[in-house]
Design a protein around this ligand. Sequence first.
Ligand code: DC
Length: 219
Amino acid sequence: MTGRPFIVAIDGPAAAGKGTLARRLADAFGFAYLDTGALYRGVALSLIRAGVADPTESEATKAALRLDLSLLQSPDLRLEATGGMASRIAVMPAVRAALDALQRRFAEIPPQGAPGAVIDGRDIGTVICPKAQVKLFLTASVAARAERRVHELRARGLPADLAGITAEIEARDARDAGRATAPLKAAEDAHLLDTSDLGIEEVFAKAKSIIETARQTRT
Ligand code: DC
């Protein structure tokens, strides 16, 4: 056993179930959890609140460098409008660079002395933690993800319309996967998990067993 934290990187498109899985895995293994999408959403929310509808890279980068972490607790973080703005500013290389150090530090020294971390996002296995001991890439059909997102929003008492959410998810997929810097893509050594027809318990069991195997064979 080395002293280096054990890192589980989870990447995948919007609404594939990364957050739910990541939280459960972190609980099961006593690891810290970082939702990197929340960082991009936090920057987006600070811009929306400041009335900046169409931020330049310099405006968005300033907001990223000054990110108030208490914003990450706001229920508005989960609104589709916040996710849409997050995806727009996430194409900007200087915004990504501004959030880079925080994410790498979390992986190097997980909070509260945790022996490892589960980190989810779009570029964790490819850019932020290319040496992660386990990389998972979670996907699901657009229809399955849109239905899940509608269900999630309604459960929170927020408005949700299936056609609108489907269009948002398609636009977000195209932007996240098509950008030049750190696009959404599976690392070559990632385990692909398609969650379209799998329940959370099945996805969790598969991921848990991949991690257990990797921990046993760790040198
Ligand atoms: O996972 P999410 O829906 O909360 O992420 C919101 C947006 O943030 C997503 O559309 C793209 C961006 N993002 C990113 O570019 N890189 C990450 N590691 C995480 C999120």
